[in-house]
Design a protein around this ligand. Sequence first.
Ligand code: CTP
Length: 460
Amino acid sequence: GRKEPLVSCLLPSLQNRLRPSLWQFLTKAAQEAQQRGWHLYLVGGAVRDLLLAENHESLLLQDIDLVVDGFHRSADVGAGVELAARLREIYPQARLSVHGEFQTAALLWHKDPEFGSLWVDIATARTEFYPYPAANPEVEASSIRQDLYRRDFTINALAVRLTSPKEGELLDFFGGMLDLRSRQIRVLHANSFIEDPTRIYRAVRFAVRLGFEIEPQTEEYIRYAIESGVYDRLKLENHPAPALTTRLKAELHYILEADYWKPALRLLADLGALRCLHPTLVLDKKLWWQIRCVSRWLRWLDPENLLHHWLIRLEVLLSAIESSEGVKIATNLQLPKDSLERLEQLKTIEREVNSALPKCDRPSEVVNLLRQYKLASLILVAIRSSINIRRTIWHYLARWSQVRSPLDGNDLKAMGYKPGPQYREILDELLAATLDGKIGTREEAERFLQDLKARNRLCC
Ligand code: CTP
């Protein structure tokens, strides 16, 4: 049976916390739905975040999910699309996008002066197919319940009715409110993770992000799903199913990019969920150290995140997979070209650096060797090498690669040197001398040039 709502009317709370433009939009959307004899619900993350927010805290929602449902009868499958198209007429600044397959539509605002950046999904309540036209009205009336039942966790399966009667009512069929209060991530049914293995990643993501616990029974379901081989279906190293791979990559991206990636990755590993990448992948002490070390180096050496730190973290995981399967998996995940190249070349560069670097005595020799490699490759090599190699690479990246000689090409010209290929040679000599501490100031550099000339190694 249906539970009595714990919160009587959520509309004032919504009105207080949403931007006025968004509140108005929802009011308008509800009116339009009502006129067509439909119900409109706010569902998913927006409801969860509304109920979680502290009193009076305003909500900066960027992502809103609405569901249209029949009132006395089931809404036609096209209801969501029809409502979105009508709202687009009222809000011409928004972009309308329709996904035919699931009969959902979205209205998007991009950096709008009123709406900011906002994505509103409008779907029609999805119900099971009933073979008889005169289906049981009780069943029809509860199509929103069925729609919610197909969702991932109880805290994401709450809805607020926006249309009357009982507008503002919280629909909580599965105990989501209790789980919000006791901070639990709980699935709605035992098959949830088998049906959609990316939910394992979502469970971890929500647990860590919200500071919730994965409810013990739910954790059992996760372990069972992994043990029974949900991820073996993926076969990332062979021919994975494209849709699942895309969603899994999106989840990996979310988790490895978030500032809470460390506890999230630990939790994933503890649950055995890294098996989605490869059956042998384990986050052992060494790998855990490597991935944290890489992140520290990246924070320091690439503060602008130009290298996409989440990708490099993923590469660290993939490069820990034995044989060359890591590259195959990266290819099937459709990682960018840069990433694939780095993974392909990693072993070769590692071998080259590890054999040549110990023979370099002076900083200038180190620079000469390492400047042919890119930053990200060197970082990956560094964390996989011995402490001495790692230290030298660090010196190179943090210091020596930034060193400039006190004189540049313009200075040489002003000093009367004839421009030409010999400039490169002179400048290299100057840089090497600077790196090795033989010269520091302009005067020292000029004297150094005189000496070179005197030794007849240069002609003006
Ligand atoms: N959903 C699901 N199973 C998935 C993905 C999504 O059941 N594998 C449902 C959930 O009910 C979720 C809603 O679709 O609330 C919207 O998905 P999404 O936008 O990814 O999540 P949000 O809950 O809005 O979370 P976030 O705050 O991270 O945007």
